[in-house]
Design a protein around this ligand. Structure first.
Ligand code: SF4
Length: 332
């Protein structure tokens, strides 16, 4: 579970151009059609929040927002009008310029959500299709790490190309003092099929992911996992959080997104998890339903966690352990 409450943040897509060509990009087919939010929309949102104080943080996102020459100005307007935090989502290449980093931080950007696709230059640059991108992103992270008041989050999309490197990636970034959270997003193709063959079997990915979670936590990082079956994560299931900040995006994005067909699972009707997205259409087509591996919960593991917290001690009769399949079929 991450350390940032998603309900405290609002996300606005202000730019749909990018100078990388990441093979896992969710919006590569729609980027040319999606309309970024206008400045008027941004200022309306800022005005609304000034009156209602609904969100503490504003996330500026879309594709690569550092390509906007007025990014620093937008951050300043948001901070001057009540937002306690401004986060940008970025591949981090422009941050290789220390003056640019300083400019953004002075303007009010205090949280940087940086995409790092792999643990080595060769793999990262192959994924982004831009030679030299790994070095620039790494330099950008180093530059950010020198600046007071900055929080760094990283995001790694787990695909066939990089999943075996997850623990090494955690090690690679170990020295960054301002890295507070690592996100691991399990790839989905924004389509009914995995045309690029990037999806990894959950069963193959699991040991690498769990090792990465443990290692990152050992190094003092929060960890957030997206789009992985909750029951497969065992004791690490609390790292899964599929909630997101309130997102304002061109509405034509959503029909494309829903092509994924999330929430499919043979046990969906009997499983009490409210957090799990189950499987999606492309995954099932490639790897099947994993009936013999999935373990539906008889109690929502989040509720159990909350109840335990409220009681200030773990109740001995409450368990977050998923049912075995045989248990579930006995009770159904
Ligand atoms: S059994 Fe429950 S937790 Fe497991 S994949 Fe299905 S819906 Fe998710």
């Amino acid at each position: 579970m991450g350390i940032f409450r998603h309900a405290d943040y609002v996300e606005l897509t202000i730019h749909f151009r990018c100078n990388l060509k990441c093979e896992h990009c969710m919006i590569e087919d729609t980027m040319d059609r999606l309309e970024p939010a206008s400045d008027e929309k941004l200022f309306e949102l800022i005005e609304y929040n000034l009156q209602h104080r609904q969100w503490k943080g504003l996330i500026l996102t879309g594709s690569e927002v550092t390509l906007r020459s007025d990014l620093a100005r937008l951050a300043t307007v948001a901070r001057d009008n009540g937002f306690e935090h401004v986060r940008i989502q970025t591949h981090g290449m422009r941050l290789a310029d220390p003056q640019y980093c300083q400019q953004l931080v002075s303007a009010g950007v205090d949280e940087f959500f940086v995409s790092v696709t792999a643990a080595d230059e060769q793999t990262h640059d192959a994924i982004t299709a831009v030679p030299g991108s790994f070095r620039k992103t790494m330099r950008g992270l180093e530059n950010l790490d020198q600046l007071d008041g900055v929080s760094i989050l990283t995001n790694t999309v787990m695909t066939q190309r990089c999943y075996q490197q997850l623990p090494e990636l955690v090690d690679l970034l170990r020295h960054l003092r301002r890295l507070v959270q690592m996100d691991f997003w399990n790839y989905w193709p924004m389509s009914e099929t995995d045309d690029k063959q990037l999806i990894v079997s959950h069963l193959e990915l699991l040991p690498y992911l769990r090792t990465a979670i443990h290692r990152a936590q050992d190094y003092g990082r929060a960890v957030e996992v997206k789009n992985f079956p909750e029951c497969l994560l065992g004791a690490d299931h609390l790292a899964l959080d599929n909630t997101q900040p309130k997102l304002f995006i061109d509405p034509t994005f959503w029909p494309e997104f829903h092509r994924n067909g999330f929430h499919q699972c043979k046990f969906r009707d009997q499983c009490a998890s409210t957090n799990c997205l189950g499987l999606n259409s492309a995954y099932i087509q490639e790897f099947g339903w994993h009936e013999s591996h999935l373990r539906p919960y008889d109690t929502d593991p989040r509720e159990v966690g909350r109840a335990s917290k409220n009681m200030h001690s773990a109740s001995p009769h409450l368990s977050t352990t998923p049912q075995t399949n045989s248990q579930s079929s006995q009770t159904s």
